[in-house]
Design a binder for this molecule. Structure first.
Ligand code: MD6
Ligand code: FE
Length: 204
C-alpha cells in the first residue's frame, strides 16, 4: 500500500481500508441504528454542520458546557455501541504502519458530512495522552483536509482525501490545527450523498 508522509508525525495511507469492501459502511449503519447521528451544539451555542455519533467505551460529545468524552450517549442514556473488532484491528494496523506500535483506542467518533458541511480549524486536545496518535478513516465522497501548524494563523496544506484513505496523526503532528473544507455535492455508490470520517483515539 503506498503511504505518503504529510509532515513529521502525519502519514497518509491511500486506500488502506479498501480491502474491507463495504464492511465499514454496514457496521456504521448498525451503530447509527442504535446511536443516531445528531448535530451537536458547541460551547459557543452554534449547531455543528457535521452530524456525529460514536462507538467504543468513550464517545466525544459537545454541548453548551464544553467538549468531553462520555461513556454513555446523552440522547439515549445508554452506553455507546461497541467498537466492532474489525474497526479496532484496522486502527491498530494503520497506526503500526505509520510507526505507532501498541495503539489502543478507547473512542471512535463518527462524523457525517452532507454537502456544505465543514469542520473549522481546530486542535484535538480533549484527550489525556498526546503520545497516542489519532487514526482517521475517510469514506464516501471526497473532501479537502486542511492541515495547518501549531497556531491557528499558520498556513494550511490542502490534502484531498478519498474513499478508503487513512490518515495517522501523531507525534510532532498531534496538536496541529486541521479542518475540512465544505463538502461538495456528489453521489458515492455505497454511501450516497455524504462523507463519513471515523477518528480513533485514546481518550482516557
Ligand atoms: C474529518 N477529522 O476528517 C475530521 N482530527 O472529517 C479530524 O478532525 C481529525 O482527521 C484529528 C486527527 C485526524 C482527523
Ligand atoms: Fe480533529
Amino acid at each position: 500500500m503506498p503511504s505518503e508522509p504529510i509532515t513529521p508525525g502525519a502519514m497518509l495511507l491511500r486506500g488502506f481500508v479498501l480491502p474491507l469492501g463495504s464492511a465499514f459502511a454496514e457496521a456504521i449503519d448498525t451503530i447509527a441504528g442504535a446511536a443516531p447521528f445528531r448535530h451537536m451544539t458547541t460551547p459557543g451555542g452554534f449547531t455543528m454542520s457535521v452530524a456525529m455519533t460514536n462507538c467504543g467505551p468513550l464517545g466525544w460529545v459537545s454541548d453548551r458546557t464544553g467538549y468531553r468524552y462520555e461513556p454513555c450517549d446523552p440522547v439515549s442514556g445508554r452506553p455507546w455501541p461497541e467498537m466492532p473488532a474489525g474497526f479496532l484491528a484496522l486502527a491498530r494496523a494503520a497506526a503500526a504502519e505509520a510507526g505507532f506500535a501498541d495503539f489502543d483506542p478507547d473512542a471512535c467518533l463518527i462524523n457525517r458530512y452532507q454537502p456544505g458541511a465543514k469542520m473549522s480549524l481546530h486542535q484535538d486536545k480533549d484527550e489525556r495522552d498526546f503520545s497516542q496518535p489519532i487514526v482517521s478513516v475517510s469514506l464516501g465522497l471526497p473532501a479537502v483536509f486542511l492541515f495547518g501548524g501549531e497556531t491557528r494563523k499558520d498556513p494550511t496544506l490542502r490534502l484531498p482525501l478519498e474513499h478508503g484513505d487513512v490518515v495517522v496523526f501523531g507525534g510532532a503532528a498531534r496538536l496541529r490545527y486541521h479542518g475540512v473544507m465544505p463538502l461538495k455535492p456528489g453521489q458515492h455508490p455505497r454511501l450516497g450523498a455524504c462523507r463519513i470520517n471515523l477518528t480513533f483515539r485514546r481518550a482516557c
